[in-house]
Design a protein around this ligand. Structure first.
Ligand code: HEC
Ligand code: HEC
Length: 189
């Protein structure tokens, strides 16, 4: 009797192990838009390699379960099981974060920095490279992508569960949206 239970347990373990997806081929389906290793080579597509695992897991589930609006990603994540999404989050979080610093004028950088020091630094750090697992890295993220995201968060109809970030975006002066995006986009570290 014990033997039977033991072998059933073993079969159970073996099948969960086998169900764990081979993640490389799945991750390659993201390359076309997000770049090899999640390093995007063109804005407005965001880089995703090296973002915190908890953040990646959270937002992909939010898209899948209709808690967060998206242009494209909500449809893409519906094709994956929760286990596959967790494995994808783990895979991309282990890739290095590669900032792509984009040049901006001194005047824009100064305006962006002043707004960041006042309203964004507590959570994102001065350059956007905060180590908090909740907060995505945005130093050297594509500024065009960030600007579009901030505009969405500011709109009344965009569904997004993170109230504090939504509020921070809402509280910005209109001209700060572009300046802070360009400031963070210009940071290498
Ligand atoms: C057809 C292009 C396309 C493909 C393929 C694609 N994405 Fe995206 N991704 C986008 C777009 C566009 C956004 C911006 C959010 C939206 O959909 O509005 C985005 C945003 C993201 C973000 C948020 C990035 C951030 O900085 O917060 C993550 C994470 C992400 N995608 C993961 C993935 C993963 C994992 C795959 C592969 C399974 C994938 N994407 C495949 C187009 C794509
Ligand atoms: C209370 C903490 C907090 C403050 C203040 C804050 N942020 Fe955020 N920010 C976050 C978190 C957490 C996220 C991820 C939210 C989510 O999508 O679930 C985020 C997301 C973002 C994103 C999207 C990043 C991506 O990869 O998709 C941008 C851009 C951004 N913040 C810019 C700013 C700017 C500019 C300010 C200042 C005006 C600011 N944030 C203030 C916590 C904060």
């Amino acid at each position: 009797m014990h033997k039977i239970i033991l072998s059933l347990l073993l079969v159970g373990c073996a099948s969960t192990a086998a169900a764990r997806p081979d993640i490389e081929p799945l991750a390659r389906t993201c390359n076309g838009c997000h770049g090899v290793g999640g390093v995007s080579v063109s804005g407005p597509m965001p880089s995703i390699g090296g973002l915190p695992k908890e953040y990646l897991k959270r937002i992909m589930k939010q898209w899948k379960y209709g808690e967060r609006n998206a242009v494209t990603m909500d449809r893409i994540v519906k094709g994956f099981s929760d286990d596959q999404l967790d494995a994808l989050a783990e895979y991309f979080s282990k890739q290095p974060w590669v900032p792509v610093p984009q040049p901006a004028s001194e005047a824009v950088l100064a305006k962006g920095k002043a707004a960041v020091e006042e309203n964004c630094r507590d959570c994102h750090g001065l350059t956007g490279n905060d180590p908090d697992v909740e907060v995505p890295k945005i130093n050297g993220q594509w500024s065009k992508y960030m600007e579009l995201e901030l505009l969405k968060y500011r709109s009344g109809v965009f569904k997004m569960p993170h109230r504090k970030m939504k509020q921070a975006a809402h509280d910005m002066k209109p001209e700060e949206v572009s300046a802070t995006s360009r400031y963070f986009g210009a940071q290498g570290k």
